[in-house]
Design a protein around this ligand. Structure first.
Ligand code: GLU
Length: 307
C-alpha cells in the first residue's frame, strides 16, 4: 500500500504553533513511513482566504523546513465536484434546504426546552441539533426566498433507511479525548449526534465536512493525522465515506497545544502567529522545539500507523 499523508490548513487566518506541530508531525511521519506528504489548501471561505494569507502560509511552511509535493490542491477549484455530490444526496432525498437563521433555531430550542424535562441536545461543536420539526415552514423547496438556503443532511431518514450504519466505526490510533477510555482502534461513528448537519452553507456552496471527506478520498489519503478538535467530526466523515462509497483512511488525532490561559490555540483569538514569532527573532529550530515534536517517538508512532 502506498502511504499518503497530508496537511490541510484553512488559510482564513495565520498559522500558529499548533499548525506547525501538526504539519511537522505529518511531514516526519510520511518520511518514516516511506510515504508521500501532500499539502491541501482548504480555502472554501473565499472572503476570508485571501491570496495574501495563502502566500503567508506557504512562506511559513517553507521557513519551517517542510517540503511537499508540487501539486497543491486548492478546495476553491473543486466547487463543481462538491455540487455533484450534493446533487447525488438531493436525488436520494437525503438533503433538504433550510432558510432558518441561528436566531430562528435558538428561539425554537428555547420553546422546546420550556416543555421538556431534558435540555435540547447539542452537536459535538456545541451547536443545538437542528429542530427541523419545529421549523418546518422554513424549508419549503419552492418558497420564493431571495437568499440561498443552507442544505442539511436528513440524518433521521438516512439512519432509518440504513440501520446498519449505527454500528459503523472508524479506525482511530490516537488517544480518546477524555484521556482515559482505551479505544482498541475502534471508535463508534455515532453520526446521529450531529443531527441534520449543514453540508452546504448559505454563504458557501459546500462545507468543511463535505469537502474534507471528498478531497481526502480524491487524494488517496491513507492516514489522517490531525488535531483532536476534529476527533468527533470523524464520525460524520465516516458516514459520508459510507454514503459515497469512498475508501476508509486510518485516523490519528493528536493532542492540541494550549496558550498561556490553558485554551487551545486559535486563529480567531489572535494567538501568536508563526510570522510574529519569526519577527520576534525565533528560529525554525526554536519553533520545532517549542512545538514538542521532538518529544514524540516518531519511529514508534510511524510503525503503529503502519500496523
Ligand atoms: N482545514 C482544517 C483546519 O484548518 C483541517 C482539516 C483536517 O485536517 O481535516 O482546521
Amino acid at each position: 500500500m502506498s502511504v499518503i499523508l497530508r496537511f490541510a490548513p484553512s488559510p482564513n487566518g495565520a498559522l500558529h504553533l499548533g499548525h506547525a506541530f501538526s504539519a511537522l508531525l505529518n511531514f516526519e511521519l510520511a518520511k518514516r513511513m516511506d510515504g508521500r506528504f501532500l499539502l491541501r489548501i482548504e480555502d472554501i471561505d473565499l472572503a476570508r482566504c485571501t491570496d495574501g494569507r495563502i502566500n503567508q502560509m506557504l512562506d511559513d511552511m517553507r521557513w519551517l523546513g517542510l517540503e511537499w509535493e508540487d501539486e497543491v490542491l486548492k478546495q476553491s477549484s473543486r466547487f463543481d465536484a462538491y455540487q455533484q455530490k450534493l446533487d447525488e444526496l438531493k436525488e436520494k432525498g437525503w438533503l433538504y434546504p433550510s432558510h432558518a437563521s441561528r436566531t430562528d433555531i435558538k428561539k425554537a430550542v428555547v420553546i422546546a426546552n420550556q416543555n421538556a424535562s431534558e435540555p435540547w441536545s447539542s452537536d459535538p461543536d456545541g451547536a443545538p441539533l437542528y429542530p427541523r420539526h419545529l421549523l418546518g415552514e422554513k424549508e419549503d423547496p419552492n418558497q420564493q426566498n431571495q437568499t440561498p438556503p443552507a442544505w442539511r443532511l436528513d440524518m433521521t431518514a438516512i439512519l432509518n433507511q440504513h440501520p446498519k450504519l449505527k454500528e459503523q466505526v472508524w479506525r482511530e490510533l490516537g488517544p480518546h479525548p477524555d484521556g482515559e477510555t482505551i479505544l482498541n482502534q475502534q471508535m463508534a461513528m455515532d453520526a446521529a449526534r450531529w443531527g441534520d448537519v449543514i453540508l452546504a452553507r448559505k454563504d458557501c456552496p459546500t462545507s468543511y465536512h463535505l469537502s474534507v471527506t471528498l478531497d481526502d478520498a480524491l487524494q488517496g489519503i491513507t492516514h489522517i493525522v490531525r488535531g483532536q478538535d476534529l476527533f468527533w467530526a470523524t464520525g460524520l466523515h465516516r458516514l459520508l465515506q459510507v454514503l459515497f462509497d469512498l475508501p476508509e483512511p486510518t485516523y490519528f488525532h493528536h493532542g492540541l497545544i494550549n496558550n498561556d490561559q490553558g485554551q487551545k490555540l486559535s486563529k480567531s483569538k489572535q494567538d501568536i502567529s508563526l510570522k510574529a514569532l519569526r519577527e520576534q527573532g525565533y528560529s525554525a529550530a526554536d519553533i520545532r522545539k517549542a512545538s514538542g515534536i521532538d518529544d514524540i517517538d516518531l519511529d514508534k508512532l510511524a510503525a503503529s500507523l503502519l500496523s
